[in-house]
Design a protein around this ligand. Structure first.
Ligand code: ADP
Ligand code: ADP
Length: 230
């Protein structure tokens, strides 16, 4: 099965992905405003990212572009700052942790972990964390309240465009309606912007979009995901 996960940064896509990855072939179209900014500015990361996006495009096209479900992580912006600023990532696996909501599990030492996390201004924070978990965690440079603000602006612009941009989007939508949707998206991806609204609208009409209550605790979101996929 193929799924698309849609949601603002911090809505829990990365957290839920590994849980459903075992059961489903996961096609992850993230919002990646950072990535698109890099693409637009033609930095080395941007060039790499563009290649990756083109590969994704190609891959979906080759496989016949059949998507079974779109999981829309619905969440209020106000909740996201705390999630994003407390996020710590294990780079090699991509797993997300959180100082408050998802501290790494150390058997019998949860309280110790919390106190280490909250002392994160300490210069030896990372090394002490490695000692406890055996895994170095990093914070994304763009996981700050200030950058989140612009990432959210970009997300809303792409998912809920105003009337003028919507007109333009609709033009593409209708003119490409008979082609597959990867073709439909190509003109946008070529410019480094991905019109999520087109994707969501397209799949909404097919009746395969599930809106998830992403503000709930992780386990509850997981059971909603499973419900949507059953
Ligand atoms: P995304 O991939 O959508 O950007 P993540 O899955 O990385 O979001 O989650 C962002 C942060 O919030 C992480 O630190 C994660 O541990 C935490 N988190 C994820 N889901 C929840 C949840 N349901 N409740 C509380 N915190 C969560
Ligand atoms: P956001 O939290 O803004 O939605 P994501 O973290 O989901 O962004 O990233 C969007 C896409 O960009 C994902 O497919 C991810 O794998 C990719 N990506 C993110 N950071 C990098 C990076 N530093 N290098 C290459 N690809 C990246």
């Amino acid at each position: 099965k193929r799924l698309i996960l849609v949601g603002p940064p911090g809505s829990g896509k990365g957290t839920q992905s590994p849980i459903i990855k075992d059961e489903y072939c996961l096609c992850h179209l993230a919002t990646g405003d950072m990535l698109r900014a890099a693409v637009a500015s033609k930095t080395p990361l941007g060039i790499k990212a563009k290649e990756a996006m083109e590969k994704l495009d190609e891959m979906l096209e080759k496989r016949g572009v059949k998507v079974d479900k779109v999981l829309n992580f619905a969440i209020d912006d106000a909740i996201l700052e705390e999630r994003i600023t407390g996020r710590w990532i294990h780079p090699s696996s991509g797993r997300s942790y959180h100082t408050k909501f998802a501290p790494p599990k150390v058997p019998g030492a949860d309280d110790v972990m919390s106190s280490i996390f909250f002392a994160s201004d300490e210069p030896d924070f990372i090394s002490s964390l490695v000692k406890v978990t055996g895994e170095p965690l990093i914070q994304r440079k763009d996981d700050t309240a200030a950058v989140l603000k612009s990432r959210l602006e970009a997300f809303h612009k792409q998912t809920e465009p105003d009337l003028s941009s919507r007109k333009q989007v609709s033009g593409h939508y209708f003119s490409y309606a008979r082609a597959n949707w990867a073709l439909m998206l190509r003109p946008f991806w070529a410019t480094g912007t991905c019109p999520l609204v087109v994707v969501i609208e397209y799949y909404s009409k097919k009746g395969i979009v599930a809106n998830l209550p992403a503000e709930k605790p992780p386990q509850e979101v997981t059971s909603e995901v499973k419900k949507a996929l059953s």
